[in-house]
Design a protein around this ligand. Structure first.
Ligand code: PMP
Length: 446
């Protein structure tokens, strides 16, 4: 155990990690550098970052252009406030840029430092929107089961994975969760949501929030007509629709924003992650022109919500350069093309290996399920830890992916950097196949 491990154990409380595992085994890996889609640890071992770290390093690691953009901004104006209508050029430019990339009706941005803050902000803006229109009773928020919206107060409550509520000790009143389309279909998911709205009382519901593709829930991609029906249902009841694009934004799904895959326009979009490719912490909420008009007309006095780092000039300069690269390198279309290749490879694995169940991808956001019986979708017993073992086998081969075993379903998630090329996708697929076969053989031996 080297000295870095000892110091880590002594002083570093890791986010979303097992403290017990850290204390027993030390940190899983200590990274030192990154280049392109690869990371290197302190022992010199190279890993393919097939999750873009936390679904966020869209343009890959080690891009000097971003370091230069940050350094130049830091030398000019590292930080300055955006409170009390103080402003600065990087903030103004970034708001304009994001508005130009977003669906046509979304043109105003509130900046945050990340995804959780963005969703908490969206929910507060929903409350503000209804309050200033004398409808303060529209406070309830409906989200989806298995959704992940973050770990701040409101975003934890919106999250549909109960383990996060346990950690919070309590959830905020007025949040509820409807079934998604996972292992179901549009019709039953829409009728479940309708029932939920009716049960809550339509006049008390302020917004419905959903990820275009449920990421942490296991990369759950909705069927074709789902979001169109969601839009109709929200309009029918006068409920706002918030799309959480924290994972799906900025090209991840082969479109600039994920919801565009389903030709649906939300009332708000929350974003973070890919907006800076992780080179600086920044997120935000885009609001529709209709909502912005209401704010302009009816929001009197101070808007009592703001983060010190809302619109951070250096983070904004990094975001601008990152978005510039995403556009100039055509990474949104590239993500679409590479995603097709990835999905084709997943389908081949499904044809060839009988423990591969459902496979799916939209752009470079994909998943492979592992099942005992691919015809009936019967799960493996949870104590076999099939998905975590495949992740471990991949790790041995120098590939980093993520396992989701929520409700005992073994899912392997993939979200490689948008710059991944064909040869690297082949490398990923080969190592995935080897890893699944290794675990499968091990299961047979046992
Ligand atoms: N929304 C979604 C869809 C996410 O995937 C995440 C993070 N994985 C968040 C919100 C929270 O973002 P952050 O971790 O930046 O607070």
């Amino acid at each position: 155990m080297n000295e870095w491990c000892e110091l880590d154990k002594k002083h570093f409380i890791h986010p979303t990690s097992s403290i017990q595992q850290q204390q027993e085994k030390g940190p899983k890996v200590i990274m030192e550098s990154g280049e392109g889609i690869y990371l290197k640890d302190i022992h010199g071992k190279t890993y393919m970052d097939a999750m873009s770290s936390l679904w966020n390093v869209h343009i890959g690691h080690g891009r000097e252009e971003l370091a230069i953009a940050a350094a130049e901004q830091m030398k000019t104006l590292a930080f300055s406030s955006a409170f009390s209508t103080f402003s600065h050029k990087p903030g103004i430019k970034l708001a304009e840029k994001i508005a130009s990339l977003a669906p046509e009706n979304l043109n105003a941005v509130f900046f945050t430092s990340g995804g959780s803050e963005s969703n908490d902000t969206a929910i507060k803006l929903v409350h503000h929107y209804w309050r200033i229109q004398n409808r303060p009773n529209r406070r309830k928020i409906i989200a989806l089961k298995r959704s992940y919206h973050g770990v701040a107060a409101a975003s934890t409550s919106a999250t549909g994975i109960p383990e996060f509520w346990d950690m919070a000790g309590t959830t905020i009143e007025g949040f509820s969760h409807a079934a998604s389309t996972y292992r179901s279909n549009t019709e039953s998911a829409i009728s479940a949501l309708r029932e939920k709205i009716e049960a809550e009382g339509p006049e008390t519901v302020g917004a419905f929030i959903a990820e275009p593709v449920q990421g942490a829930g296991g990369v759950l991609i909705p069927p074709e007509g789902y979001f169109k029906e969601i839009r109709n249902l929200c309009d029918e009841y006068g409920i706002l629709f918030v799309a959480d694009e924290v994972i799906t934004g900025f090209g991840r799904t082969g479109r600039m924003f994920g919801i565009e895959n389903w030709n649906t326009v939300p009332d708000m979009i929350t974003f973070a992650k890919g907006v800076t490719s992780g080179y600086a912490p920044l997120g935000g909420v885009l609001v529709s022109d209709a909502i912005h008009e209401v704010f302009k007309l009816k929001s009197k006095g101070t808007l009592f919500h703001g983060f010190t780092y809302s619109g951070h000039p250096t983070a904004a300069a990094v975001a601008l350069k990152n978005l510039d690269i995403i556009e100039s390198e055509g990474l949104v279309d590239h993500s679409h093309r590479m995603g097709k290749k990835l999905l084709k490879g997943f389908k081949k694995l499904k044809d060839e290996i009988n423990i591969v169940g459902d496979v799916r991808a939209v752009g470079l956001l994909g998943a492979v399920e592992l099942v005992k019986n691919s015809e009936t979708n019967e799960k493996f017993p949870q104590d076999l830890k099939v998905a975590p073992r495949v992740i471990e086998a991949l790790h041995e081969r120098g590939v980093i992916c993520r396992a989701v075993t929520y409700e005992g379903i073994d899912i392997i998630c993939f979200a490689p950097p948008l710059i991944i090329n064909e040869g690297q996708i082949d490398e990923l697929l080969t190592k995935l196949e080897e890893s699944i076969l290794e675990v499968k053989n091990d299961l047979v031996v046992r």
